[in-house]
Design a protein around this ligand. Structure first.
Ligand SMILES: [Zn+2]
Length: 296
């Protein structure tokens, strides 16, 4: 009897150890690969923050299922970088753009906080998660409390996601670990998220300008006539736009690699959101206000 209990106990211990050993070795492989990918890219400066493991170590960030963990790491690290650069600068804000390029804006006094525009946002976006997160967020979130300068911080971080998807495509294609259908399904999903985020922020910026033109004419005039601001805004906007155009042609190659077809990725609710938000972003009024922020 004593022997039997001992045997059962050892089996349990053995099974548990084996399980941990398996997940640990898979995680190490993912982490080494992630470090290699980031280290070879223009984003390698972000490895200094030592937070890569956080984004790779969850099912959400698992590279086996796509680059979501990698692009989220780049997005969040750019916030750390910008916040360090901008710390203590009350009237300046910095945005990481490249390994040797930092963009800057002068913060216009008496700017409008982003929650002010909620009442005139198009109905379709009012209760959407991105609106809740960036326009109506509680607490001291930059995208709300810092108005258009905080929204630009988020827009820049999302543009880096799209640019990294373009940059890293060659690596993913030549790496046997990532060049397989489960990875490419995740990659396609990330590229479509990039488009959706771009459209949402187009609407946020344009509504912000519309609100400013109606309610705060002085601030509106100083913003659209600030060549420094429109130059920085245009650079971020154009780089994001260029990356999305590049992703469109990359995606034609990627779709061939996804054996399960488009059904799984492009579900009906997803496509409905994509089409609705795109129609709003391409609306004449949205384009008109957005054009005021672009370099003349
Ligand atoms: Zn962010």
């Amino acid at each position: 009897m004593i022997k039997k209990i001992f045997l059962i106990a050892s089996c349990v211990v053995y099974a548990t150890l084996r399980c941990i050993a398996q997940s640990s070795s898979s995680f190490d492989k993912e982490y080494v690969l992630a470090k290699e990918i980031i280290g070879a890219s223009r984003f390698k400066v972000f490895l200094n923050y030592n937070n890569l493991k956080i984004f790779i170590g969850t099912a959400y960030g698992n590279i086996q299922y796509g680059p979501k963990g990698l692009v989220t790491f780049i997005h969040e690290s750019s916030h750390i970088y910008d916040n360090i650069k901008s710390a203590g600068m009350r009237d300046m804000r910095y945005y990481w753009s490249d390994s040797n390029q930092l963009l800057e804006v002068r913060v216009t006094p008496n700017y409008i906080t982003s929650d002010s525009i909620a009442s005139i946002l198009p109905d379709y976006v009012t209760n959407k998660p991105l609106t809740q997160t960036y326009i109506l967020c509680k607490g001291d979130c930059l995208s709300r409390s810092y108005g258009i300068f905080g929204l630009l911080e988020e827009f820049n971080a999302y543009s880096l996601e799209a640019r990294s998807l373009v940059d890293m495509f060659g690596f993913f294609e030549t790496c046997s670990y990532t060049n397989r259908p489960t990875f490419w399904e995740g990659y396609l999903k990330s590229t479509y998220d990039s488009w959706i985020n771009f459209y949402y922020f187009n609407i946020f910026f344009s509504t912000y300008l519309k609100y400013a033109s109606m309610q705060r004419r002085g601030f509106y005039n100083s913003l659209v006539n600030d060549g420094h601001f429109t130059n920085t805004f245009s650079q971020i906007y154009n780089k994001y736009n260029e990356a999305l155009t590049a992703l469109d042609s990359i995606n034609r190659k990627v779709r061939v690699k996804v054996s399960s077809g488009n059904k799984k990725i492009y579900s009906y609710p997803f496509m409905e959101d994509y089409n609705s938000i795109r129609a709003l972003a391409e609306d004449n009024e949205t384009k008109l206000y957005l054009s005021m922020l672009l370099k003349k």
